[in-house]
Design a protein around this ligand. Structure first.
Ligand code: T4K
Length: 406
């Protein structure tokens, strides 16, 4: 089994046809307007409003600042209940608002916040729930909404992975009090770097605009201590150009995910998340698999390292748990986080992006299958070799030194 000649990363940003992007660049050159609420940004915002069927849209230069300002915009303080199984930016956004994160466990199917654990963690200091549609898997939005309503809490979704996802025919942007979408280059939809908030209360738009633009009301008045979190014209152009191909990009991801599902579900010890419920339109933002070391014959880290020798750079999103990072270790945990800990030790996200060739997906699956067989316990391995299922010697010998380091 030969390694890939070129590195296969967990993702690759989609790039629109260069000519289409250059036409937009020519417009920017003509306008001589590069940032600060330019015409392309305003057009992109209108396109998004139309796409999401809401005027309550605000664009930012990245998702992290968008989330940080979302929390500031809602005037949150005290404690916020959240997940430890996410990218670190979710918790950083709380930190920068001087809010104490209270980590609770996730459910084992889709890895989103477990509503029962959320309810058990509410205290008189709790002001909100910050849930994550991790990998684009929708949280249990109705149950969380019910909990938030009964306890008078704000409900915020880190929907960084969930652009394009729909529940019951409605964009996921319509759930909760506030939603943050990341438009980072590694996301299924991107604007190089970028972020977007959608929100229930249209009165928040003005405040969010202040917060992202230094608090300026006009040339001589500053009404609040805002920061600089504005999206620029080139970012808006990239987003606007890619928005037109979103359906095609999602269809390509779906095909790739289908191949993985078909191929990997045959392999013992590798678990994929169940297909999303019928009323969900999923974006296949990531391809997470759980490796059961006993059934698989090798553990997640061994598989991750083995794949690198074949020039495949899967990622361990999201390991370690946020509460185990040195900057958050001091926080007392009331929840043992049993599921999150198990999942973090087993999860591996495999390459998925629209330009990934279907033949390469099959080859990745062949390699996983092969690596797994190689790790069988000796007796089983001897039997397999005897039956000719795979070679006794390492067919990769002599090739490792040419591999590219990511
Ligand atoms: N909340 C959640 C739940 C998030 O996942 C994120 C971001 C945020 C909030 C914050 O949103 P932003 O502020 O980022 O908008 C990546 C992304 O940088 C980050 O956006 C993302 N989540 C996180 C899950 O993944 P890294 O450090 O793992 O990315 P990196 O640079 O290692 O890229 C991954 C692979 O993608 C590379 O191995 C190769 C490929 N790649 C990457 C880039 C940037 C390319 O081929 N070309 C490229 O230009 O964080």
């Amino acid at each position: 089994m030969k390694p890939f000649e070129e590195a296969i990363y967990v993702t690759r940003p989609y790039l629109p046809p260069l000519e289409a992007f250059c036409e937009g660049l020519a417009e920017i050159w003509r306008n001589r307007w590069l940032t600060n609420e330019g015409p392309i940004l305003r057009r992109f915002e209108r396109q998004l409003s139309h796409f999401l069927e809401t005027d309550n849209v605000c664009l930012f230069n990245n998702g992290t600042l968008a989330l940080q300002l979302a929390l500031a915009g809602l005037d949150l303080s005290g404690e916020v209940i959240t997940t430890p199984f996410t990218f670190v930016a979710t918790t950083h956004a709380l930190f920068w608002n001087k809010i104490r994160p209270v980590f609770v466990d996730i459910e084992p199917q889709y890895y989103t916040l477990d509503p029962e654990k959320v309810e058990a963690a509410i205290t008189p200091w709790t002001t909100a729930i910050l849930a994550v549609h991790v990998y684009g898997h929708p949280c249990q939005v109705h149950t969380l909404a019910d909990i938030a309503r009964r306890h008078h809490l704000k409900l915020i979704y880190d929907a960084a992975h969930a652009f394009g996802v729909q529940i019951g025919g409605r964009s996921i942007a319509h759930f909760g009090d506030m939603n943050m979408f990341s438009f980072h280059a590694t996301k299924p939809f991107h604007s190089i770097e970028g972020g977007m908030l959608t929100f229930r209360d249209s009165g928040l738009k003005k405040k969010l605009n202040y917060l992202k633009n230094f608090g300026f009301e006009n040339e001589v008045e500053v009404v609040m201590p805002g920061t600089n979190a504005k999206m620029n014209e080139v970012q808006a152009l990239m987003g606007s150009t890619i928005l037109g191909c979103l359906d095609e990009l999602m269809a390509r991801r779906e095909r790739i995910a289908g191949i993985y599902r078909e191929r990997l579900s045959e392999i013992e010890g590798i678990r994929l998340a169940p297909p999303v419920p019928e009323d969900v339109r999923y974006n296949h933002a990531y391809l997470p698999v759980e490796i059961d070391p006993r059934e698989c014959g090798l553990d997640r880290d061994e598989l991750y390292e083995e794949l690198k020798t074949y020039n495949i750079y899967a990622r361990r999103y999201f390991y370690p748990l946020i509460c185990d990072y040195i900057c958050y270790r001091h926080l007392a945990l009331k929840d043992p986080l049993t599921v999150a800990r198990r999942v973090a030790s087993r999860i591996l996200t495999l390459p998925i992006y629209p330009d990934l060739a279907e033949a390469d997906v099959h080859r990745i699956c062949d390699i996983i299958q092969f690596v797994r067989q190689e790790h069988h316990p000796p007796a089983e391995r001897a039997l397999a070799v005897a039956s000719g299922a795979f070679p006794a010697s390492d067919s990769r010998a002599g090739t490792a030194e040419v591999l590219v380091t990511p």
